[in-house]
Design a protein around this ligand. Structure first.
Ligand code: NAD
Length: 509
């Protein structure tokens, strides 16, 4: 059963190599970067990190590929993305193996992450025939006013460890059909997953006869990311990660008048109203807060419960938390895998310590587990903490399974508490009262980019635009019209008459 054992690093290595082999992907051997598995906390292998010359060469190659790719009709560009989707379908289990080995996601969530990539490929293929511009009513006779969307240029993608491939696919599938080459700097924590994705995309390019240069992979740490940030050939820098990272990256891209798309930290809350269906709410809350070991940007971190149901919700959650199986993410039955690094466990401990000092009572979890079987790994029992109010620690994002439970009396107070944090990513209300639900979704309600009713904060579908406000950075990716960030808009006025009519009735000559 779950937690009964932790596989050996040797077994993990073999599993990873087998998956890479089935995908026909070669790992760039060398030094500079260590692939480590959070399952045991031990190294799997070392890889070659890119140096400054390689960063320059990759950006140059992508930049040179741009004119040809820009001139390729969008539906033809879509064929590359369709082929990528086919390869991801064929290698769903293999990519999921890498996600579990490197990010520590349980099997079902790792497969879900690959499914998300497949979904966004399908979306982007459809999009490749739908890059619509508007026709606008002109104020002048014999004139047509319209807008066209054109490819933007090289898109730099910097991604976080916790979605080692889905975030890449949101950006890349859409950017490619929009006519933009992509240079990807994945998290230094998940290099093997990125090598696999890059390998599959290069294979897709060979299969459909697309230029392979439209995708470049750069392995390395912050320095490699910073080189993309400062490179004027990178037209759009799409960066996913902590608010700290966004505060460094945003101003630097702005200083060269480049475009950035920032997807940063969250501090997501759910309101549980007295009318809530508690059976449904408790299941949704446990998945949102403890799923992915609390390491999603949309993980539920704050629960605002109406005073009338607070004790019952706390009791039910405590019971659910006590039974959560923590352990080997490859094992069937495990619901909570490891934290990514020992430093994440330390931050969780620190958060818990501060919560206690600020008047919190730990209802369940919080302790390290499996230290005997995996001394280098960071397994923790998800923590549930009842807080007397929204104290300093509650207003911060601690990237670990740490759920704070607070009470409220009226909806207005709950919404005020809800919005009184620096971040603005995802939010939810559990209620059967339609008025409450609509108020929460209205302009006076949640201030987040994602606002849900009767489902949790995490686990968005790709069809909607994904992102958040305030310290979350304001970017939108994936579905809806998020594609527009990857293109430039041209406004076209065509005079098909024989008179020269100036706008605003201006007369001249
Ligand atoms: P991180 O900020 O440490 O790193 C993210 C990426 O940015 C990495 O590739 C890293 O190398 C790079 N980076 C860091 N500093 C940089 C700099 N100064 N210049 C250029 N690149 C730099 O984040 P992480 O620990 O990998 O991920 C967890 C964080 O990401 C959490 O805060 C989480 O909420 C956030 N996140 C947000 C979203 C979203 O869509 N909003 C999605 C996933 C994760």
């Amino acid at each position: 059963g779950a937690g009964a054992g932790i596989p050996t690093t040797e077994w993990l290595c073999e599993r990873v190599l087998a998956a890479l082999g089935r995908m026909g992907v070669e790992v760039p051997g060398g030094t500079g970067l260590t692939a480590l598995t959070p399952v045991t906390g031990e190294p799997l292998c070392t890889l070659l990190a890119a140096d400054a010359a390689e960063v320059d060469a990759a950006v140059a190659a992508a930049h040179e590929a741009f004119p040809g790719w820009r001139a390729t009709p969008p539906p033809r560009r879509g064929e590359l993305v369709r082929r990528l989707g086919d390869l991801l379908r064929a290698h769903k289990e293999d990519v999921a193996d890498l996600v579990t080995a490197e990010a520590g996601k349980i099997r079902s969530e790792a497969l879900g992450e690959v499914q998300e990539m497949i979904d966004v490929c399908d979306f982007a293929v459809g999009l490749s025939r739908q890059l619509y511009g508007r026709t606008i009513a002109s104020e002048r006779p014999g004139h047509r006013l319209a807008e066209s969307w054109h490819p933007l240029g090289v898109v730099g993608v910097v991604s976080a460890f916790n979605f080692p491939c889905a975030v890449w696919s949101w950006n890349t599938a859409v950017a490619l059909v929009c006519g933009d080459p992509v240079v990807w700097k994945p998290s230094e924590v998940t290099p093997l997953t990125s090598v696999a994705c890059h390998g599959l995309l290069r294979r897709a390019a060979r299969d459909v006869g697309a230029p392979p240069e439209v995708h470049q992979l750069l392995l390395g740490g912050r320095g490699v990311g910073a080189a993309l940030v400062d490179d004027p050939r990178v037209a759009l820098l799409s960066a996913t990660g902590s608010t700290r990272m966004g505060r460094e990256v945003g101003p630097r891209v702005a200083a060269r008048l480049g475009r950035s798309l920032l997807e940063l930290g969250g501090n997501n809350a759910a309101i549980v109203a007295p009318s809530a269906d508690l059976d449904l709410a408790v299941r949704a809350i446990v998945f949102a807060a403890a799923g992915t070991a609390g390491q999603r940007c949309t993980s539920l971190r704050r629960l605002l419960v109406h005073r009338d149901v607070a004790d019952e919700v706390a009791e039910r959650l405590t019971a659910a938390y006590r039974g959560l199986p923590v352990g080997d993410p490859f094992a069937e039955g495990t619901l909570v895998g490891p934290l990514i690094r020992m430093s994440a466990l330390e931050r969780m401990r620190d958060g818990l310590g501060r919560a206690r000092a600020e008047g919190g009572a730990v209802l369940a979890g919080g302790g390290r587990v499996l230290a005997d079987r995996a001394p280098e790994a960071a397994y923790a029992q998800p923590a549930l903490v009842r807080m007397p109010g929204q104290t300093a620690v509650v207003r911060e994002e601690t990237f670990a399974p740490l759920l704070y439970v607070l009470e409220y009396d009226g909806l207005e107070q709950a919404i005020a508490l809800h919005n009184d944090v620096p971040q603005g990513l995802s939010s939810a209300i559990f209620t059967r009262d339609q008025r409450e639900a609509e108020v929460f979704l209205s302009a006076e309600g949640s201030d987040c980019g994602i606002a849900n009713v009767n489902i949790g904060t995490s686990g968005a579908e790709i069809g909607g635009a994904f992102g958040g406000e305030k310290d979350t950075g304001g970017g939108r990716e994936s579905g809806s019209d998020a594609w527009r960030a990857y293109m430039r808009r041209a406004t076209n006025t065509v005079n098909y008459g024989s008179e020269l009519a100036l706008a605003q009735n201006v007369s001249f000559l």
